[in-house]
Design a protein around this ligand. Structure first.
Ligand SMILES: [Zn+2]
Length: 357
């Protein structure tokens, strides 16, 4: 709809004034209104009240309903236009996230933009899109560098996919002692040849210790690795993406998020947009937790980091009971080497597209 095509009732009155040879002042006197009020009605800013409609009906010999309908249709057209413009703007904000949710069968595809926005808001459980950004600001966002096209709405939609799962997920009451005791079991999973099986087992272990674990591929323009959040005081929630498509990144991110749950405050929630970001105390604590739990021999690792060989890495991984790819990934990361064939060979692939979890 175009604004120029919306005609206010004042235009009809203007034509009648010409036909009847009345001035605006004449009409104001007949209606018992201020000239200013009549002028506002003529230019569409003022409203024709029910009372004025009756008076106009008498003066121009037509039913009052004619004026009421004219006024009603005019206001409705204005409202529709306003809503269409808002839907246009809102849709621009949600477009990437909306398309991704449709692609993943999380929401139904709608035709009109206003319906798309309404469906999206309903999925996100918000009335205003601004509330999504407000919620994001509350989180401890851990990042090294933000991608250029970063889309906060997509990031929050990615989280919401998991939050919805927590409602149906059955899990025990969170038990910190149980969590710490089970870590050796989790480490063993990194060694499993079949990582699909490992991820299924990890989910079961998490449910047993009071953590709802969700796997969700990263949404475009989010750079998301993982999130840790408490959904109730007794139920924690961790979601991990397969960003980077490497098993070691997955395991490190999981342990890092577990670190946030174990060491962080319950009221906070943590968004990790870039793995192993070093800024902030919470980040350091979660990273230390991940490193300490994945490898017991931290001193040995520091030594290995300075002077590594493929054989030494393999030996170190074996001694520490984790998959060699994790040590290779840590060495790559800490030394900023990503093009070493030997190291990359040890790092196994992990892709949620090709495994069924
Ligand atoms: Zn973090």
């Amino acid at each position: 709809m175009n604004k120029e095509l919306i005609i206010c009732p004042g235009e009809t009155i203007k034509e009648l004034l010409e036909t009847y040879n009345y001035t605006q002042k004449d009409l104001a006197n007949k209606l018992g209104l201020e000239l200013k009020t009549v002028n506002e009605i003529l230019n569409g800013r003022g409203v024709i009240t029910f009372e004025t409609a009756i008076k106009l009906g008498i003066i121009f010999n037509m039913p009052a309903s004619f004026w009421n309908n004219l006024e009603f249709n005019y206001r409705k057209d204005l409202k529709d236009l306003e809503e269409a413009e808002r839907a246009e703007q809102d849709y621009k904000r949600i477009e990437i996230a909306y398309k991704e949710l449709v692609k993943r069968n999380k929401i139904e595809m709608s035709k009109e933009k206003a319906d798309k926005v309404a469906t999206f808001k309903s999925f996100m459980e918000v009335v205003n899109l601004d509330d999504i950004e407000v919620e994001y600001e509350k989180a401890v966002a851990c990042r090294k560098a933000r991608m250029k096209e970063f889309d906060v709405i997509s990031l929050m939609a990615w989280i919401q996919c998991g939050i919805k799962k927590t409602r149906e997920a059955i899990s025990n009451i969170f038990d910190k002692e149980k969590v710490l005791k089970i870590i050796p079991e989790i480490k063993k999973l990194t060694l499993l040849e079949n990582q699909q099986e490992a991820l299924i087992k990890l989910k079961t272990i998490c449910a047993d210790i009071g953590i709802v674990l969700s796997y969700e591929k990263a949404f475009p323009n989010t750079g998301i690795n993982g999130i840790a959040k408490w959904v109730t005081p007794d139920k924690a929630f961790i979601q991990v993406s397969d960003r980077g498509k490497k098993a070691d990144t997955f395991w490190f991110t999981f342990m890092h998020e577990l670190g946030h749950i174990i060491e962080g405050k319950k009221k906070k929630f943590f968004i990790d947009e870039e793995c192993r970001a070093s800024e902030g105390d919470e980040e350091r604590i979660a990273n230390d937790f991940a490193i300490k739990k994945l490898i017991e021999n931290k001193k040995g690792y520091e030594k290995l980091k300075q002077n590594w060989t493929i054989d030494e890495i393999k030996k170190f991984a074996k001694e520490n009971g984790i998959h060699e790819g994790i040590v290779a990934g840590m060495i790559s990361h800490d030394n900023n080497i990503y093009d070493n064939v030997g190291l990359n060979k040890m790092r196994r692939k992990l892709d949620f597209d090709t495994i069924c979890i």
